[in-house]
Design a binder for this molecule. Sequence first.
Ligand SMILES: [Zn+2]
Length: 182
Amino acid sequence: MRLRAWHYSLPPLAMMRVVSGALIRDGYVLMGLRKSTTLRPNLWELPGGKVDAGEEPRDALAREWREECGCVILVGEFISMAMLQVDISFVIELYEVKLGALSVDPQSLDHQELRWVNPLYAVRSMPCSPAFYLHYQHLRQHIDRSWSPSACDVVSDSGCTYEDCPRCHPLARPVRALHEVW
Ligand SMILES: [Zn+2]
């Protein structure tokens, strides 16, 4: 009993470091639906996971994508860092990732499914992991800064004539199936 009381009087020191990756294609981002049997089930997230002890965050991210999506990624620009308190403290770093030249396309090895999702649609209309909402603004800015749709000729407030443009018509085509032809 004494040991137990002592245990509970400790301040919450536990902190878990997590990395997530944003694979971006034509303004859409790859999201995975967490399994119904996991912690925080049935939420959409950017694939990634826990950084193991002694592991570099970028190495952890590459490992997690290999395990969860079966693909080889290159870890690019740091996008955002979020902190979250759910039982313990989580620090979640978000990086842009790109598929390696010889990699297969992502496969849902550890999710119910994978989808290409318009990020704005995700925050408005899909149940997402808490970290996704925290990362959203920086992700949005990153996409707007680093990507311009080839067909976008936006000159007015009403947007361009490219009806699939997620920048000008953000909710026009919110979700694409993983294997849909672009
Ligand atoms: Zn446009």
